[in-house]
Design a binder for this molecule. Sequence first.
Ligand SMILES: Cc1cc2nc3c(=O)[nH]c(=O)nc-3n(C[C@H](O)[C@H](O)[C@H](O)COP(=O)(O)OP(=O)(O)OC[C@H]3O[C@@H](n4cnc5c(N)ncnc54)[C@H](O)[C@@H]3O)c2cc1C
Length: 401
Amino acid sequence: MSHYFYSMISFDDTEIAFKYKSTRDLKRAYTMFKLVGKSWLVRFGKWMTPIAFKLRLPIQGIIRATIFRQFCGGESIDECDDTIKTLYDYRVGTILDYSVEGMSIESDFDGTCDEIVGTIKKAKNNHPAIPFAVFKVTGISRHGLLEKLNDEAAEITAEERQEFAAVLQRVDRICAYAYEADTPVFIDAEESWIQNTIDRLAETMMVKYNKKRAIVYNTFQMYRHDRLDYMRKKLDEAQREGFKIGAKVVRGAYMEKERERAAEMDYPSPIQPDKITCDQDFDASLELLIENLDHCAFCCGTHNEESNILLTELMEKHHIDQRDERIYFAQLLGMSDNISFNLSHENYQVAKYVPYGPVKDVMPYLLRRATENTSVGGQTGRELQLISNEWRRRKGKANKN
Ligand SMILES: Cc1cc2nc3c(=O)[nH]c(=O)nc-3n(C[C@H](O)[C@H](O)[C@H](O)COP(=O)(O)OP(=O)(O)OC[C@H]3O[C@@H](n4cnc5c(N)ncnc54)[C@H](O)[C@@H]3O)c2cc1C
């Protein structure tokens, strides 16, 4: 990674990172990360939980007290109040993420749309503790429909056209509400075989609502080899046509699935050949966005310390104030507190995704978090190390007193 300055920021200060956690909370988090670090246990949990819910075994309480408590804010918007307040005590914002997945009927999609509008309403009344809203298009549309529309050559029936008109209406309702509430909204990125459809929706909304400032943000997954070019094209378009690009930059969450499908269906994988190339494009996208800051606003969504440091260095190089509202850093609740809280301590603008929803319905999200913490090299080890450092620091302090 290319570094311009020696950044002043350090992510090793565990006192700042965990100030909001009692020692009991720290111990609980330690046990939780120890458990998700065991891949056999995560595999067993993935297999067992749907069965346990079907058999109505009393596992909700256990899940609620462990993994749910670590990674989620509550079961409803209002149940997230404590989390919102705690984070904001340290000037870390909340992004309420309704994490219910796998819906398939129109009335469910309308319900999810209402829920997302509810999060924007909450944000409007809690500026600036809730700086963004977020949604997934698959929460308000049938996956198969998005997939069919992804393929420009596919023949679309009149029924499908009508179904898609309802999706467009839901997306427009959310974005219009965000515009009126002056609360920017992220559209999450998903699998490449539905992403063209999501991009088209996001682009339409950006042209409509981003004339003065970025209200609608699309997500750019830099693990795809074509995204840097796509970002360049979108920035050129925005400059030409006089609107702002809202960009959430991430590496991407579906790598294994993408590679497997490409191999199975015999087409070239959309994923970068290796991690280094992915990192290079991630870095390059941050530089590109900073250089075009008159035409965009962006959020850097990563748990990678070097990427976060690079962005602080780029801001310094370009003389951009830490509190410039066009640049945000974001992490997920329950992960990388050392990054979030140290950044906010140094006056950068930071927010955390706070997933919420009924325990049973957020299970797919929680299992993904557990799998990610098992498979992303070093992440669990890093969390455990930081927690033990803080534990030791507190014990040392107590012994001195
Ligand atoms: C606030 C926030 C919002 C997010 N929103 C989305 C979203 O909308 N859509 C989405 O898909 N994901 C999203 N993610 C998840 C994100 O894409 C990553 O999966 C996750 O953050 C891990 O990447 P990293 O940059 O934090 O860490 P790192 O550990 O530096 O990177 C791990 C990532 O690098 C990539 N990678 C690893 N090995 C290779 C390889 N051999 N070749 C190519 N690439 C490789 C993969 O993307 C992997 O997830 C979000 C994450 C955050 C923090």
